[in-house]
Design a binder for this molecule. Structure first.
Ligand code: GA4
Length: 332
């Protein structure tokens, strides 16, 4: 009966089986934001992986741990208390269900919008010291927005596109439709793992729809990224660094130079995993299209039709988590 209860959660083969190759990620680029060569290294990482790790980011460990501790306090509350902050449609507490099309994972989370000034989050009731909680969320989001903008400006410089805020302004715009999620992946019952002989999926494979995502987790492994050839790479956890994902919108704006990275989270059998991810998105009315200054290269074919972020988001929320959302906007 235990297995039956959880049979709707997907699994994947253990790391050491033959058909689902997983390597560890000492090949993942590490970018020192203070390195004078950072611009070019970021471009290279976005082209090869759509993913990289950032060090020397300037975000204080206090900003990080204060929010992490408050999140852990929240996820330690009783189910009844947590459910008061739900459901997560579109923002609030969610448990196992992801999106509205039947996707599930071994995860619970809080999903917030940053647009505008967190006002849409008003209906989310956080038990305990909610004023403290919202203060920490706001402080953390602002640090993530700054880092996202800094990286996007380095990308603009690396691509030699003007003005250098063409990408970052989408996140810094007060109407920016960005969001933020706190994820808690409870340890997966060992019995369950043993019975199925497989790993439970915490968060199924997908790409992020926005421009850029800035994530960070506690010292528990589980995140994996997919290489272009479909190989899965385990990303070693690093609580003091941030991980940057290229999103679908940046793939479109770069006319496919950068790939939005497919990624997933595998549940750990022993330790809980806590992650905090900021998804930097454009204002709803923003037109997303391959940047015209990149299209001046001889023989460059325009790969994507123009869309507004609002159109993309509407179509994205009708898809399953693992779907390729950008293919709908490919030029034929
Ligand atoms: C993936 C990236 C972000 O976590 C997210 C997710 C969103 C959700 O959890 O509600 C989506 C997913 C994400 C893409 C397709 C749709 C929407 C779940 C889902 C099945 C918050 C986002 O913006 O898109």
């Amino acid at each position: 009966p235990l297995v039956e209860n959880f049979s709707h959660i997907k699994t994947c083969k253990h790391n050491n089986t033959t058909s689902d190759h997983v390597h560890t990620g000492n090949i993942i680029p590490v970018i020192d934001l203070l390195d004078p060569e950072a611009n070019n290294l970021i471009i290279k990482a976005c082209q090869e992986f759509g993913f990289f790790k950032v060090v020397n980011h300037g975000v204080s460990i206090e900003t990080i741990t204060k929010l992490e501790n408050e999140s852990i306090n929240f996820f330690n509350l009783s189910q009844i208390e947590k459910d008061k902050a739900g459901p997560a449609n579109p923002f609030g507490y969610g448990n196992k269900r992801i999106g509205s099309k039947g996707d599930v994972g071994w995860v619970e989370y809080l999903l917030f919008t940053t647009n505008p000034e967190l006002n849409h989050n008003k209906s989310i009731t956080i038990p305990g010291n909610s004023l403290l909680f919202w203060g920490l969320v706001k402080e953390y989001i602002s640090a993530m927005r700054n880092m996202g903008c800094m990286v996007l400006e380095m990308i603009a410089e690396g691509l030699k596109i003007e003005p250098k805020n063409v990408l970052s302004r989408m996140l810094s715009d007060e109407k920016s439709d960005s969001c933020f999620r706190l994820n808690h992946y409870p340890p997966c019952p060992e019995l369950l793992q043993a019975l199925s002989g497989r790993n439970l999926i915490g968060f199924g494979e997908h790409t992020d729809p926005q421009v850029i995502s800035v994530g960070r987790c506690n010292n528990t492994s589980g995140l994996q990224i997919s290489l272009k050839d479909g190989t899965w790479i385990s990303v070693p956890p690093d609580p003091y660094s941030f991980f940057i994902n290229v999103g679908d919108s940046l793939q479109a704006m770069s006319n496919g130079r950068f790939m939005s990275v497919r990624h997933r989270v595998i549940a750990d059998s022993l330790k809980a995993r806590v992650s905090m991810v900021y998804f930097g998105g454009p204002p709803l009315s923003e037109k997303i299209a391959p940047l015209s200054c990149l299209m001046e290269e001889p023989n460059e074919k325009i790969l994507y039709n123009e869309f507004t972020w609002s159109e993309y988001k509407m179509s994205a929320y009708k898809t399953r988590l693992g779907d390729n959302r950008l293919s709908l906007f490919e030029k034929n």
